[in-house]
Design a protein around this ligand. Sequence first.
Ligand SMILES: NC(=O)c1ccc[n+]([C@@H]2O[C@H](COP(=O)([O-])OP(=O)(O)OC[C@H]3O[C@@H](n4cnc5c(N)ncnc54)[C@H](OP(=O)(O)O)[C@@H]3O)[C@@H](O)[C@H]2O)c1
Length: 292
Amino acid sequence: MILVTGASSSPGFKILARLRAEGRDVLGVYNQHPVESSVRWDLARDPVGILEQYKPDAVIHAAALGDVDKCEEDPALCHRINAVVTREIARWCARRGARLVYISTDYVFPGDRGSYKEEDPPKPINYYGLTKLLGEEAVLAAGGAVVRVAWIYGLGPGRQNFGRVVVERLSRGEEVRAVADQWGSPTLNTLIGEAAAKLLAADYSGVLHAAGPRLSRYEFALAIAEAFGLSKDLVKPIKMADLSFKAPRPRDSSLDSSRAEKMLGIPFSDIRYALAIFKREWEAGSHASGQL
Ligand SMILES: NC(=O)c1ccc[n+]([C@@H]2O[C@H](COP(=O)([O-])OP(=O)(O)OC[C@H]3O[C@@H](n4cnc5c(N)ncnc54)[C@H](OP(=O)(O)O)[C@@H]3O)[C@@H](O)[C@H]2O)c1
């Protein structure tokens, strides 16, 4: 049996959906936002009780405190969920011989040059990144796989995301202000679901980057407008300095995902491929629900 934590998050939900579609025996874990095929469990209170109860052969750990500014405001909670819970899950998996795949982030990098490869040294510049890196270290020590993704967009449950905001605003004829001097690797949640399922089957350990191509938010918004046949003129460039956040943001945290592209056969670097899937899902009207 495969247990997926963070089943109510954008990537966790798609991982659960993908595994279910493959006919795998899978159970999700959520905390505050119920989704189908899942049970409620507060991992911060008890990180491994749910594992003891179901004794999974594999765990895909996507639960986190993913709000980067909240992590800066409440470092104790952030450390508990991202570092301590991950460490306890990793130790449990090592003891039981269960496979572990950990969903991690581009924010382990400082953002000084971008196009980071798996072997580049991490050096986080905010508390979220630091606690996710501590989680990674525990997972690697336990022989698990670390899958770094970035700038997640797509449909389904979870917090609002930039990709969805762009489609919603442009569809209403509203302007979109998008940062043109910050780069990342926008990643469709559906492709994370596919990558996690394939990685589990491949029995991979170590770090793997599984993220989209290097784009600024401005370039990404233009690509969305093009893919959806919406007005590019409504997309306006702004600067990073025009926005203020509690937590510092890396300027270029883009990831080089060529290894995953070859290994998993998923065209991560092709934004048009990902946006075509996003558009199909949008047209199918699956954006609002937590239905699998
Ligand atoms: N968002 C991005 O662009 C991005 C980029 C790179 C990597 N990631 C990674 O992707 C994963 C999901 O991120 P996200 O941004 O979508 O996060 P999110 O919106 O903050 O969702 C976090 C998930 O963790 C669950 N969770 C939090 N505290 C929990 C607790 N005490 N017990 C049980 N479950 C708990 C939440 O459940 P409830 O909602 O039910 O409470 C939710 O399913 C994380 O591992 C994150 O580091 C995200």
